[in-house]
Write a protein that binds this ligand. Sequence first.
Ligand SMILES: Nc1nc2c(ncn2[C@@H]2O[C@H](COP(=O)(O)OP(=O)(O)OP(=O)(O)O)[C@@H](O)[C@H]2O)c(=O)[nH]1
Ligand SMILES: [Mg+2]
Length: 460
Amino acid sequence: MHFSDTICAIATPLGEGGIGIIRISGSDAKKIADAVFRPKRQHKRFASHHLYYGAILDPVDNTTLDDALMTIMIKPKSFTAEDVVEFHCHGGQLVLQRVLEVVLRQGARLAEPGEFTKRAFLNNKIDLTQAEAVIDLIRAKTDLSLRTARTQLKGQLSQKINLLQEGIVNLLVHIEAELDFSDEEDVASISDLEIEKRLQESNSETQRLLSTYEEGRILKEGINCIILGRPNVGKSSLLNLLLKEERAIVTPTPGTTRDIIEEIVNIKGIPLRLMDTAGLRETQDKVESMGIRFTMKRLESSQMVLFVVDIASNKFEEDIKILERIINKKIIVIGNKIDIADKKAQDSFRKIFKEMTQVEISALLDRGAEELRQTIYTEAMGQKVYELPDVIISNVRHKNTLEQASKAVAKAEEALKSKLSREFIAVELKEAIERLGEITGAVTTEDILDRIFSQFCIGK
Ligand SMILES: Nc1nc2c(ncn2[C@@H]2O[C@H](COP(=O)(O)OP(=O)(O)OP(=O)(O)O)[C@@H](O)[C@H]2O)c(=O)[nH]1
Ligand SMILES: [Mg+2]
């Protein structure tokens, strides 16, 4: 595909930094570099993939805007498969803004969010799952989510999808040949049994991929996890324990925490969005009761609750009352202050919460933290704590589209069982092939592309 316009953007984050990069892509990129960049030493021409030191000038009055490094990447060996120029300037906002203005005046236009990556896709440098992996990679919060993004960026998910698709195409070819030339003798017919076997194979492969979604999504997006409990049981101490830093204020006075404190912690590769909250109790204090209202609101959008109980208190009626109101969440009951709890209190804690997942800790003395981390991980991932396969899906678009493909294959199986004409099977197979093509972007619409690339930042 050929784009007539040349796009440009500041590719580094806004703000002050060591360097700031202006990126230009398109047929005029070289011309613009010639117009605004003066290399320190004269060169006959700029070689591709080399760095040149020089100055960026405003061609109108020849004033120097910045000293910079310039590199040019001649098509098709560039990210977008077009000519790409990058200016590595000083990382000041005003400097970059000025350089950008000069580039714009040379005829480039400001890139839309994700437009460089979109061009890479439209120019067949990468497919759609790879383009999506770029954004996952940038946003990855833990090593595991980074690994998933990298695998996808390398194209391993697309390979899987293409393989699946090929299998179905192959079957379709057989069926159609038979439909078209059924009266000719030398066309090998395919038995119902063979069709059934192939459909089952493709379905189980699809299901296997789909079954990785829940974990994939958790690895990528993390889970919202709220710390709840009566006042003074050690909720803020627990947050600090998991964060390994003194983030929240801890005091012996009940009602210390009022605003919600939110931090991301890495629990064995899962990004956990951890929220410390105001202790739950009946209160006359206006500020505190507002805190409690915030807490209840945030509970709604949480998937997991760390419910903290003071074991040493050996009084759990209030805790049980609160617990009964929490429904549809993964709950871990955490018996805190084990360091000062006697045997009797410990026993009654274990007995009272025996139906629930429980962990005993001392947030003060840093005891039980490792067991708690393991429990959070197991609880988040469900019972499926095995080595995750290399290729997993973590994107809701992939999941929905894969489900549609799987439905079509299931319908083909039904048609076969009901002894319907093979034309019905062919229709469903075509549908499955189309849906799989949507995942890699072989089949796509402007609407799908807009939805994907609008999530990107400008300059990517
Ligand atoms: N002995 C002991 N004391 C603890 C432990 N964890 C917390 N504490 C103490 O309990 C008191 C309350 O701790 P916080 O972490 O502020 O409790 P909280 O649940 O956040 O309290 P509020 O924000 O007021 O609801 C502090 O004096 C802590 O030092 C523990 O494991 N053992
Ligand atoms: Mg607190």
